[in-house]
Every structure is written in C-alpha cells, then in structure tokens.
Write a protein that binds this ligand. Structure first.
Ligand SMILES: Nc1ncnc2c1ncn2[C@@H]1O[C@H](COP(=O)(O)OP(=O)(O)OP(=O)(O)O)[C@@H](O)[C@H]1O
Ligand SMILES: [Mg+2]
Length: 224
C-alpha cells in the first residue's frame, strides 16, 4: 500500500535555509498493517507522513502510495489522489470552530463532488458510530476534547480512504482518551485500513495492535 525507495526530501533546495529532512528512506507498509514512526523532534516524522499523505512528492526517489507513483503525478492529480486515498488526523484535530460537528465531518466530501444529501447521510452514519449523534449540530468549539478527537477521526474516515495517517494524535489527550484512540485505530486496522502513526507516546508505541515501530533519526530510518 505504501512503498518508498531511496526517498529524499530537501526543503528550500539550493537556498541558504536548505534542510535535508529525509535521506534515502526505504519503507514498505502492507495493506492492513499499523506502524508507528518514532524519533526525536526534527527527525523527519511529519515530513515522512506528508510524503505518504501525498501532500508533496519526494525531492528524489520513488514513492508509490495506494498504487500510484507520486513523482509522475502533476500537483493537481496529487491533490485528487490525496483526497481519495488518505485520511489525516492531526495533533490539534484542526476542526473548523465556526462549523457544526456534522459540517466538519463532511468537509472532505465537498471537493469530491458528493451530493449534499449523500454527504449528510455519510456524516450522520459516522457520527452515530462514534456515539456523537447528540452533538451533530453543535459548533466544533463547543464540545469536549474527547468528542473533538472522535469528530477528527470521523472526518478522516468520511471518504473511506484505504490509508489513515495520524501525527502525534494523543499529544493533547489524557490516558483514557489516548487508550480509546488506539482502540479505534485497532478496530480500523481489523477493517483492513493501513495505518501510520507518528508518536513518542508510550501508550501508542506499546499498543499490541502496532505491528512495527519504525525509528527515524536525522532523516533516516535506523530501525524497523
Ligand atoms: N516547511 C518546511 N520548510 C523548511 N524546513 C522544514 C519544513 N518542515 C520541516 N522542516 C525541517 O525538516 C526537519 C524535519 O522536520 P519534521 O517536521 O519532519 O520533524 P518531526 O520529526 O515531525 O519533528 P516533531 O517531533 O518536532 O514534530 C526539521 O529540521 C525541520 O526544521
Ligand atoms: Mg512532527
């Protein structure tokens, strides 16, 4: 599902502020695997997630995500591929405060041209699955942290992507909610999703459902 070979990412190439963020990364993640990226701050975890998440292609090397080689896709197609293939969960959840819970969840369906009735139905189904039916019309900034987390997961799932990525998803959660987050991830894995989580939270790394820990150091994979 994810295949990287000799992937390099250089930010601001050729300029004074050039950063060589990823160096010769080789990584393969099979469908239905759940792996964790672990490494110090600045080691390149978010950059690696951005390439897997089709946010940008590598500076050099080959990245095949969900069956498509990124280097051959022009930007516009990269965006389309990302919308169809990737569900992203962020550290701060990135919900839009002024929108309702339902509108936040349905947001990824807008650029896909899904009809309004169908969007609403999908959003409602997911919110029900996560026990949030009673919060559907609430503004996203008027719900609890745990509810925000589940709304963010619902939003990442609404387009039914094969790949779920999460960047430090438990950083703002207490122990109970972090456990709950990993339980939901384990369930999604059982459903065949491929999952990559960047985290140094022990609750994540020690979770039995994680198949592999991938150690990232100075832009290289040193283990896993
Ligand atoms: N947009 C950018 N432009 C220039 N340099 C960047 C950019 N994003 C990240 N970097 C640099 O690339 C390197 C890797 O950053 P990255 O965000 O991938 O690390 P990280 O492992 O996710 O760190 P953290 O644990 O702090 O989130 C760092 O040196 C960082 O300063
Ligand atoms: Mg990061």
């Amino acid at each position: 599902m994810i295949e990287l070979s000799r992937v390099n990412k250089i930010y601001n190439q050729g300029k004074a502020n050039e950063v060589h963020a990823l160096r010769d990364i080789d990584l393969a993640v099979e469908q239905g695997e759940m792996v964790c990226l672990q490494g110090a701050s600045g080691s390149g975890k978010s950059t690696l997630l951005s390439i897997i998440g089709c946010v940008f292609g590598p500076t050099s090397g080959r990245a095949v995500i969900g069956g498509k080689p990124l280097s051959r896709l022009p930007d516009r197609f990269l965006t389309i591929h990302r919308r169809n293939t990737i569900g992203f969960i962020f550290q701060q959840f990135n919900l839009i405060a002024a929108l309702s819970v339902l509108d936040n969840v349905c947001l990824p369906l807008l650029p896909l041209g899904v009809a309004p009735g169908e969007r609403k139905k999908k959003g409602e189904e997911l919110l029900e699955r996560f026990g949030l039916s009673h919060r559907i019309g609430f503004r996203a900034d008027q719900i609890s942290g745990g509810e925000m987390q589940r709304v963010a997961i619902a939003r990442a799932l609404v387009n039914d992507p094969p790949i779920i990525l999460a960047d430090e998803p438990t950083a703002h959660l207490d122990t109970r909610l972090s456990r709950e987050f990993m339980e939901i991830m384990a369930e999604l894995k059982k459903g065949g999703k491929t999952i990559v989580i960047a985290s140094h939270d022990e609750l994540v790394t020690a979770c039995g459902a994680i198949d592999r820990i991938i150690a990232v150091r100075d832009g290289r994979i040193t283990e896993g």
